[in-house]
Design a protein around this ligand. Structure first.
Ligand SMILES: [Zn+2]
Length: 566
């Protein structure tokens, strides 16, 4: 409880609570997860996390292609500045020794700004900030991760206006504007995100566990790590240890991390349709990469990422970028869409349909980003391509052979974004459409990403009230008919760790536990925190096939399954 009180809430949402919500708010304030055995004895599955680092992302081209992310400042960034910014983060990023690869140490010096003093104003500010962070111990060997994070927080707190603006610009160019604002906590979130981006890839699982070590739960959370395959999206060729090759290096590394006894991590492989033709690719390559990761390299499912410029159905490619400083963006567009045959939209529809039909046939879990922002290939692509209604279109067009609703095993990440779930105004239908799909289709699930908004008492109360109604099985659809499936069996816990957040992770988790310990949601606690995730992941079927010889992670899943079914 004390923790909650000391944390400053996020942006004000302008929420007006009803009398009923006011009452919930009062009741929430006295709930203490630490004193509740339901919280202490339940395991947690976080269905939405990331464990990549800067060497897994085409950072240089992400920056080059986003010149319109925060104009006019981003126009000031020259090509060589973008390359230098990317390189300066990558140089500070460690790689663990892994199959087929050597370890890569990070650059220790605090003199990058001096080395690259000719790259322009914004570049200079950003590089000096990195040097400052280095000098303060943010990456110092022998210092604990906690002390390093404290050091980086201190740097964030002491930033001057120019430095704040440079951090905002850099994170916006990566597409994080939904997550970051200029408030002190928003900026701390952005700076921490950049720090996590530089961490040793083998350490990410440990850093994740460390952030939750004071929260009441059984064991440490099991993380489901989502890969991203962005090189073809931004047309940046893999290059040794600077940008790891997705198939040869990234998948192998993540597979080996998953296999470590104490990883507490399983992974989803990423899909990128452009692999079918990008730099020598052939028709079918994109799906084959997914198949081999799942059938031969231990992946538990596939991550589909529409902000990269495509939809599951109803594709409608945006025009080729033109205008100030858009040369790189236009080249990236050419790489993504140029080689597609004459009816480009239809060609994309067909590729993704083929993948999803295979997923239905094999009962493979598909996880899709279904919020408005994040690593968008172009500004606006998230909003344009990620609308859950395109999934509804696919589901409606693919009923099961017996005519019953589509059986695709799908999770809508972010559940359509915050607005519906936290009382926002912009993309409300995205959330309500997500809810509808969960209740109409047997295997459609969703995850409302928990973050700083849960720590604000008003939004927390709104959230509890919203879910109470969503979980009510007597709710009828627009035609007055009962729904076939219960939402309480479909909603999963997820955080999108380590993307920027304005609050402390453990504080958000405790606030989420508080919400589900409220008398109106308490009966759904176990389903929400682990039961539904195990069902979505099809863990029972998958573990049955393992014939008794379990890895440590599988054993944990097995234990959680036993708890889930009592
Ligand atoms: Zn994510």
């Amino acid at each position: 409880m004390l923790l909650l009180v000391t944390v400053v809430g996020c942006r004000s949402t302008g929420l007006r609570l009803t009398a009923e919500q006011e009452q919930i708010r009062k009741e929430l304030a006295v709930i203490s997860p630490r004193d509740d055995s339901l919280a202490r004895d339940s395991p947690i599955v976080d269905i939405h996390t990331h464990t990549f680092n800067a060497r897994y992302l085409p950072l240089r081209n992400i920056l080059l292609g986003k010149r319109d992310a925060a104009t006019p400042y981003t126009w000031l960034i020259s090509d060589s500045c973008a390359a230098t910014l990317a390189h300066s983060l990558i140089a500070r990023t460690e790689l663990a020794p892994a199959p087929g690869g050597q370890s890569v140490p990070r650059m220790e010096s605090a003199s990058q700004a001096q080395e690259h003093r000719d790259k322009g104003l914004i570049c200079g500010i950003f590089l000096k900030l990195l040097d400052k962070a280095a000098a303060s111990g943010a990456w110092r060997k022998g210092m604990s991760p906690k002390d390093q994070l404290d050091a980086i927080d201190k740097v964030a707190k002491e930033m001057n206006f120019q430095e704040k603006a440079a951090v905002m610009i850099a994170t916006r160019m990566m597409g994080m504007d939904n997550h970051v604002d200029m408030s002190p906590n928003g900026l701390r979130g952005a700076v921490r995100f950049l720090w996590f981006l530089t961490q040793n890839d083998a350490d990410q699982t440990r850093l994740f566990a460390l952030q939750y070590k004071d929260a009441p739960m059984r064991g440490t959370p099991l993380m489901v790590s989502h890969m991203m395959d962005l090189a073809p999206v931004y047309d940046q060729e893999p290059n040794g240890n600077e940008l790891l090759d997705f198939a040869k290096d990234q998948i192998r590394r993540v597979e080996s991390f998953q296999e470590r006894p104490n990883s507490n991590m399983i992974y989803l492989v990423a899909y990128a349709p452009y692999r079918d033709y990008w730099r020598g690719g052939h028709a079918g390559d994109a799906q084959e990469l997914v198949r081999s990761a799942i059938e031969e390299h231990g992946a538990w499912g596939v991550k589909v990422y529409p902000p990269s410029g495509y939809r599951p159905a109803g594709n409608s490619i945006q025009p080729r970028p033109a205008g100030i400083r858009s040369r790189a963006a236009a080249e990236q567009w050419d790489a993504r869409y140029g080689p597609l045959p004459a009816d480009k939209n239809r060609a994309l529809d067909e590729k993704i349909e083929k993948l999803l039909l295979w997923c239905i046939e094999k009962d493979v879990p598909v996880f899709v980003h279904s919020g408005t922002g994040e690593f968008e290939a172009r500004k606006g692509y998230g909003f344009y391509h990620s609308n859950p209604s395109f999934w509804r279109q696919f589901l409606d067009n693919h009923p099961a052979p017996d005519g019953s609703p589509c059986r695709l095993r799908l999770s809508l990440g972010h559940a359509g974004g915050d607005d519906y779930w936290f009382g926002g105004k912009t993309a409300v239908s995205w959330g309500s459409d997500t809810y509808e799909m969960c209740r109409r289709f047997p295997n459609v699930y969703c995850e409302i990403t928990t973050h700083a908004q849960l720590v604000a008492p008003d939004s927390q109360a709104f959230f509890v009230d919203r879910l109470t109604k969503a979980f009510d099985d007597s709710q009828r659809d627009a035609d007055g008919k009962p729904y076939p499936f219960s939402f309480a069996k479909k909603l999963m816990y997820g955080t999108d760790w380590y993307l920027p957040d304005a609050s402390e992770r453990v504080t958000v988790l405790i606030a989420t536990e508080q919400a589900f310990l409220h008398k109106k949601l308490r009966v759904h606690y176990k389903d929400y925190f682990f039961g539904n995730a195990l069902r979505y992941l099809n863990a029972g079927t998958r573990l049955n096939k393992s014939n008794g010889s379990f890895t440590a992670v599988e054993k944990r899943l097995q234990d959680a399954l036993t708890l889930a079914t009592d």
